[in-house]
Design a protein around this ligand. Structure first.
Ligand code: CO
Length: 156
């Protein structure tokens, strides 16, 4: 089921999300809906608060397959990159944000099993962007400047 995406200005986007404790059907339905919602909106990532659920759950697909991150934490980062970002909660806007070039995240999968994932370049950017949502941070808080051209990359 495609869910409604919460837009900038809604205070739910500014709240701290809580850890997921149960890895059950309720979570799996949320993950399914989040992926459906992300694909329908042609985004490359979506965090649970963006569908009004204050839980530490993220889905990402930058074109390399669906990644589900439950209770993710960045455990290492390296380098720096400057690039454009958008957000499904901030439609029609883009901005340049400086992010680490490489991040390693420790997270749980849909069954609660811990794993580590390293992303570089755009994947590192997507991970940082989505994890920020879990702490109520939106890319516009961090952007160097807004971009006004018509370029369309994926929105997160
Ligand atoms: Co976003």
């Amino acid at each position: 089921m495609v869910r409604k995406i919460v837009k900038l200005g809604d205070e739910v986007l500014r709240k701290q999300s809580k850890p997921m404790q149960k890895f059950d059907l309720r979570l799996w339905l949320l993950l399914r809906d989040m992926a459906e919602t992300m694909y329908k909106a042609e985004g490359v990532g979506l965090a649970a608060p963006q569908v009004g659920i204050l839980r530490r759950v993220v889905v990402i697909d930058i074109g390399e397959g669906l990644v589900e991150l439950i209770n993710p934490e960045i455990i290492a980062m390296e380098g720096e990159q400057e690039g454009q970002e958008g957000c499904l909660s901030v439609p029609g806007r883009r901005g340049v944000v400086i992010r680490p070039n490489k991040v390693t995240v420790r997270a749980q999968d849909r069954n609660g099993k811990f794993f580590e994932l390293t992303g570089e370049g755009f994947m590192a950017r997507a991970i940082c962007h989505e994890l920020d949502h879990l702490d109520g941070v939106i890319y516009v808080d961090k952007m160097e400047y807004e971009v006004f051209d018509e370029d369309e990359d994926g929105e997160e």
